[in-house]
Design a protein around this ligand. Structure first.
Ligand code: TRP
Length: 459
């Protein structure tokens, strides 16, 4: 380590992979991805998504990793050190993270609510899964319990950050593999439900007519969201690495793991959508309402359901801590706030904006406070926050990051860092240089514009 002698490093490569994969694998994979794959037409969307991850996602991740390890600093500090004119790219990431965390904690709270529901009230959940889900969000009155659980989730996130993440990293060595295996098991069960083959067909049938500018932008934004890219989180994680760590293989492992989890979730949920007929307008309901059909069809489904929501909660909290940490580190390192005060202040604002997110799903929507685009199904405020981050801010963050590496810092320096000054092999170094310099900025820029201009009609 050269820059700061007293900065901590990860104890082992495994520790780093677990934290970076813990940040990547979260609600994005299980709650968001299946809904988008469904809304954007199944098979064709899967192909577009995989291309986005393989070409753009991996190269943006490598760009972020090399910036972080080169400087051993968090996002804003790292860019400042490499070229002080570009520190604002890190600042943009902090703003993006702040918006994401507002709604992320709400959905994390819903997962906790479902852990409790499966323990105490599973018959009511199963009697009418969709009604139960909408009830949680306020179709019968103010959604107090959901809001309280979201506060608990936010509190836990802030608590973990203020006490250090070593504990949950240890837990993830056990729980992440359990989640992985459980998803595989549930996927198999879901695909063998009566009627599920229609869903499998939907996911495997490639119909290019479903792909338009919006679908491509959705796939791109989803790839960034799922891989935790575009807001400097991976810069910060890599800043704790030493030259002994192989960035090339780590990038590959994290991208593959994260994408596998998303695919498992997709093939777990979409077949269940067709088998159970629970296909609500809101993609967000898939992970909650639709899955009930799978748990009902399994012996011990109550326990498995509870375990699933617990692991979903755990996956969510290893992601939410990575997001909130970015915002907190910025206030502490760049603005001189005291850490506890920064956390408390942030948490209060996050709680207020987040509460509006949950309220806008059903409660305020039904009361007509948010004008919706089509009927009452689409809560404008909630959609707005997600569009803002996934379709605009994350792609913009990635655009500027690759522009910075490709044209300001230079792909050569990035590659030297990626190989630890030639110690490790980077067979795809040339394609990487081409990607960060030309393909990424041009493609990301074009997709942002095309997605905005052509059709905003599917979510
Ligand atoms: N990747 C996480 C998920 O899929 C969410 C997340 C964590 C994230 N850190 C991030 C998204 C940084 C964008 C940027 O749930």
């Amino acid at each position: 380590m050269t820059a700061n002698e007293n900065r901590a490093e990860f104890g082992s490569t495994l520790g780093f992979i677990l934290s970076a994969a813990g940040s990547a694998v979260g609600l994005g994979n299980i709650w968001k991805f299946p809904g988008k794959a469904y809304a954007c037409g199944g098979g064709a969307f899967l192909i577009v998504y995989l291309i986005m991850v393989a070409l753009i996602g991996t190269s943006v991740m490598m760009a972020e990793f090399t910036i972080g390890r080169k400087t051993h600093k968090g996002a804003v500090g790292a860019l400042k050190e490499l070229n002080s004119k570009f520190a604002w790219i890190g600042g943009l990431g902090v703003l993006t993270g702040f918006i994401i965390i507002c709604y992320y904690c709400q959905v994390g709270g819903w997962a906790m609510y479902y852990v409790v529901s499966y323990i105490t009230d599973v018959q009511t959940v199963w009697a009418d899964p969709m009604a139960y889900f909408l009830g949680m969000l306020g179709s019968n009155g103010l959604p107090v319990a959901a809001l309280v659980w979201a506060l608990v989730f936010l509190f836990l996130t802030a608590f973990i950050i203020s006490h250090g993440t070593a504990g949950i990293e240890k837990m993830s060595t056990i729980l992440m593999p359990v989640l992985f295996l459980l998803l595989i098991g549930l996927m198999i069960r879901s695909c063998t439900l009566p009627g599920a083959d229609e869903g499998l067909k939907y996911m495997l049938h490639v119909d290019w007519s479903t792909i338009n500018g919006t679908a491509i932008l959705t796939a791109l934004g989803q790839a960034f969201f799922s891989l935790s890219l575009g807001m400097g989180v991976m810069i910060t994680y890599a800043s704790y690495l030493s030259k002994d760590d192989n960035l090339v293989s780590n990038t590959g492992i994290i991208c593959v793991l994260d994408t596998l989890v998303a695919l498992f979730a997709g093939f777990m949920i979409i077949p269940a959508v067709f088998a159970t007929g629970i296909a609500p307008g809101m993609g967000g309901a898939f992970g909650f309402a639709t899955l009930a059909g799978v748990f009902m069809a399994i012996p011990g489904g109550q326990f498995i359901g509870m375990l699933f929501y617990f692991l979903l909660f755990f996956a969510a909290i290893t992601s939410s801590t990575s997001i909130l940490e970015g915002c907190t580190a910025y206030l502490v390192e760049e603005k001189g706030f005291e850490r506890k005060k920064a956390l408390v202040g942030l948490s209060i604002v996050i709680a207020i904006i987040g509460t509006l997110y949950t309220l806008s799903q059903v409660y305020m929507n039904i009361k007509g406070i948010w004008i919706s685009r089509s009927g009452l199904e689409f809560p404008i405020f909630g959609d707005f926050l997600e569009y803002l981050t996934d379709r605009l801010l994350l792609p913009l963050g990635a655009f500027f990051t690759t522009f910075f590496v490709g044209w300001i810092w230079g792909p050569d320096k990035s590659i030297t860092e990626a190989t630890s000054d030639g110690k490790y092999k980077f067979a795809l170094a040339k394609p990487y240089a081409f990607l960060v310099k030309y393909v990424d900025p041009i493609a990301i820029g074009a997709i942002i514009v095309a997605g905005m201009v052509f059709g905003m009609n599917i979510s």
